[in-house]
Design a binder for this molecule. Structure first.
Ligand SMILES: [Fe+2]
Length: 258
């Protein structure tokens, strides 16, 4: 059995607030909760949007927070990340692509592919030919395959988030069709689950702010975070079966400062 803690979108800043949220308080609460209750997990995956605008300062302090984890941490890039800052401060597994933060975690029973969907200068995602070729090679494995990624490759009936999805989504879905057990996706700051061309997927609420439901209608100019508590995922993979538990690690008002 493989037990994985799945967290996403901490939007960590070494100082200041994200709206009325202190992202340092939230990340510490999540890691403390994980260390207390899930230190027996095999590893933690963090599916992107790790930092704010101060690339050097944010990654420097973020690394010290992640170092408090009792289990290995595997970070991915999101639209708000920076590959050079990421590599300078966070450790990555052997075999990570040279030009992209894309790598695999191999266990006895499965491979977990951590993809790089970052597109420089855009909030939307990109999955270019080089990243596609790497994935094609990995999909030739006989092991069951699970994918962690930041950008969803399809619409989720969440109009603001759908506008910044993975641009090469159709190509990506053609590539993985029939070859992947489950997709685990960040970016949307909201729980959804379902299937896409037969492949199960899940998105997760953020460690930081939560996106509201799509009704009443909102857009990025009128965006106000939902007053919903954050959570992380506890994922069990065993004999080809998958269970994802959503775990609230603190109350909504933890880290909210006026
Ligand atoms: Fe995000």
């Amino acid at each position: 059995m493989t037990k994985i803690i799945w967290m996403t979108d901490p939007h960590f800043q070494n100082e200041g607030m994200v709206g009325d949220l202190n992202p340092r308080t939230r990340l510490k609460a999540a890691i403390d909760h994980m260390n207390t209750h899930h230190a027996n997990a095999d590893f933690m995956v963090l599916t992107g949007d790790l930092v704010g605008d101060d690339i050097e300062g944010d990654y420097t302090l973020l690394a010290t927070y992640l170092a408090q984890s009792k289990i290995p941490v595997y970070p991915l890039v999101g639209n708000n990340d920076d590959r050079a800052g990421f590599r300078a401060h966070l450790s990555l597994p052997d075999g990570t692509m040279d030009d992209f933060i894309q790598y695999s975690i191999d266990t006895g029973e499965a491979q977990f592919l951590c993809l790089d969907t970052h597109m420089i200068g855009s909030h939307a995602g990109q999955f270019c030919a080089a990243r596609q070729a790497w994935l094609t090679d990995k999909l030739s494995s006989d092991k069951p395959t699970y994918i962690f990624m930041h950008h969803p490759p399809m619409d989720l009936h969440l109009p603001p988030q759908d506008a910044i999805k993975l641009q090469e989504g159709d190509t990506f879905l053609d590539l993985i069709h029939g070859n992947v057990q489950h997709l685990f996706i960040g970016h949307v700051h909201r729980l959804t689950c379902g299937t896409v061309r037969g492949t199960p997927f899940a998105t997760l609420g953020a460690l930081s702010f939560q996106a509201p439901a799509p009704r009443p209608v909102w857009d990025w100019d009128s965006f106000v975070p939902a007053h919903e508590a954050p959570h992380y995922g506890v994922l069990y993979v065993e004999n080809g079966n998958t269970t994802l538990q959503h775990t609230q690690f603190c109350a909504y008002d933890v880290g909210i400062e006026s």
